[in-house]
Structures are given as C-alpha cells and as structure tokens.
Design a protein around this ligand. Structure first.
Ligand code: ATP
Ligand code: MG
Length: 319
C-alpha cells in the first residue's frame, strides 16, 4: 500500500457465548470463551490475514482478556503498537446468547471498560500520520473518545489523498444520540466505500428505497456500495456501472457474528491490493461465509490461501 496501512479505530473486546439457545442470561448457564472480538478488531484481523497492511487503534486492560486478544491480532499480522494497555480498566466484554429465531441478546461492558478509554497517545499520532485508508465501524462511534479519533483520522487520511470506508454496523444495544448521528452522516459524506446490510443502506442515505438511497450516496461522493445480504450473498454497486452480484457460499452457519466484519476486511484489503471489484467481492463473500462456520466472532477469519482453498471447495448457494 503505497499510501500507508489500512487502519481501524474502536472497541477491542472479548466475547463470551452461551452454548445453548434461549432468552438472555437470567439463569446460570454454560458459557464458552473468551474469544477475541469487537467489530474493528475482527475487521482489521481479516484485513491483515488477507495480506493487507493493517493497524488497529484501541485499548485493552492489563489482563488476560487483553493479552489473549493482542496476541491473536499480532499473530495474524496486525500492527498493534497503537493499542494501549491500561492498568486501571478491564478489557471490554460482550456476553451473547442466541434466541431460537436467530436474534441475539447482548450484555456489553464497553462504556466503562478499557475499550472506552481511547486516547491520542504518541503511538496513535504516529499511525494517524501514515495511514492510507481508514475503515469506520459505526459501532465505535458510540464511544465518544473513539469518535473523536475517528473524525481526526478521517480528515487526515482524506487530506493526504487516502480513502475511507464506512460499515454502519448499527446495533440496537448501541443507540445513536443526535451528536453521534451527525458524526455518522458526516463520515458517510466523506466515504469512498460504504458496506451496509439490511436497512443500513437507507438509514445511511437518509432516503427510502434502494435505488434512491444509492443515487443519494453517489451524489454525496460515495464511489462503491457493497450490499451485504447474509446467506443471500452480496452485491457491489459503483456509480455509473452495472451492479456486480455474488451468490453466497453454501455453508452450515454455526455462528453468524463477525461475518460482516470479515467481509469488509477482505473486501477493503483486496481493493487496496489492486484486485478488481468482482474478485474482491468473491474473497469478501468467502471470508464472511468461512467465518460463520466457526464458533467465535473471528475464529474463521482466513488467510488468502485458506480463502483460495475455501473458494475452490465450496459450492455457491442458488440465487
Ligand atoms: P454482522 O452481524 O457481522 O454485522 P452483517 O449484517 O454486516 O453481519 P452479513 O450480510 O450477515 O453482514 O454477512 C456478510 C457476508 O458474509 C454476506 O454478504 C455473505 O457473503 C457472507 N455470509 C454471511 N452469512 C452467511 C451464511 N449463512 N452463508 C453464507 N455466507 C454468509
Ligand atoms: Mg455488520
């Protein structure tokens, strides 16, 4: 990457999952984990595994949850020098249990954890000074300190001719207040690439209807929109070009969490490595599909050669 690494800013968490399906955590029950997690961490891990240069900005506690997660990220090739290890706050956590209908209940400790204490340390300034691409995870905007660094990073990266991608990643547990919604809208207007799923396209555009929403985003200056449709596959629509559609790979979904983040990490890495849209989209769908076959939100992130093997051996779902 001539312009410097892809960077992501935000929550670094561990996830602890219920091993049974049901409603929330109102009784004692078996749990499995900790697994490395946090949407920005999952994204950047997949980006690095794909072969992109990648750096993460965030904070963990001086505890085993933080040590395990940093070791995984470093093993996978992520530059973690701008991740602070804080003595007085625990690493952020997300407890998750699935319901029978596929919905998820979360208990988060983000706002009062190390994840919320992102500061502009010298190590952070050093990464911001050389980043070539910023990926924004909408979930991180709920953390005021992260939102501040993200806005500064977006401005710096765009000023030096770098690029910006935005995954809205809206979560009902992480509601946007008015200020966060304004920051989100400003970042969408600066974005080169948007990666929405479900109703996030219309919410990001502020317009109803897929065609009108796309038109509005292109008018704002967005150049590519990657639409994620879970087991329905994905499409990339670029301004003034025919959509490129990709069917999903046929896999048994074991754990859907992290699919969108892996999709994004692979797509951004591939595009920055110079791959054309269709090839990047195939890798992105493979990364998302492979990830849902493993328990744990980033356990299925694949290297380029693992994804090549996956693509060669996995049938596509009928469209
Ligand atoms: P997240 O819950 O991680 O935020 P998302 O809603 O952003 O996810 P999805 O559409 O669920 O994103 O998943 C991203 C991509 O991963 C899909 O476009 C698809 O290519 C692949 N994918 C996800 N789930 C499946 C599945 N069950 N089978 C095959 N591919 C899948
Ligand atoms: Mg998502």
């Amino acid at each position: 990457d001539a312009l410097g690494p892809t960077i992501c800013v935000g929550e670094i968490l561990v996830e602890i999952m219920a091993t049974t399906v049901g409603r929330g955590f109102l009784q004692p029950q078996p749990l499995e984990g900790p697994f490395p997690s946090g949407a920005p961490a999952i994204f950047i891990d997949q980006c690095a595994r794909m072969g992109g240069t990648a750096a993460l900005i965030g904070s963990v506690g001086d505890d085993d949850f933080g040590r395990m997660t940093l070791a995984r990220l470093a093993r996978d090739g992520v530059d973690v020098r701008a991740v602070a290890v804080l003595p007085d706050h625990p690493t952020g956590t997300a407890f998750v249990r699935y319901r029978a209908d596929g919905a998820r209940d979360f208990v988060y400790n983000i706002a009062r954890s190390a994840a919320a204490c992102i500061a502009r340390t010298p190590a952070v300034e050093e990464v911001l000074a050389r980043a070539g691409h910023l990926h924004v995870m909408g979930s991180a905007l709920s953390i005021p300190a992260a939102a501040e660094v993200i806005v500064a990073a977006a401005t710096a990266v765009k000023a030096r001719g770098g690029s910006l991608s935005v995954d809205p990643n809206l979560r009902k547990e992480l509601a946007q207040d008015a200020a966060t919604a304004r920051t989100f809208a400003a970042l969408v207007a600066m974005a080169d690439l948007l990666l929405p799923s479900g109703d996030e396209l219309e919410r990001a555009a502020g317009v109803a209807g897929e065609a009108a929403a796309l038109e509005r985003l292109f008018a704002l200056g967005v150049r590519e929109v990657a639409l994620k449709r879970g087991a329905g596959g994905a499409s990339v629509v670029a301004a003034g070009a025919a959509p490129v559609n990709a069917p999903a790979f046929a896999v048994d979904e074991v754990d859907p969490t992290g699919a969108g983040d892996c999709f994004g990490g692979a797509y951004v890495a591939c595009r920055r490595l110079g791959l054309p849209v269709a090839e990047a989209l195939t890798y992105a769908c493979a990364a998302g599909a492979r990830n849902v076959t493993r328990r744990g939100p980033m356990e299925g992130a694949g290297t380029r050669s693992e994804l090549d093997t996956f693509i060669a051996n996995t049938p596509r779902r009928p469209c």
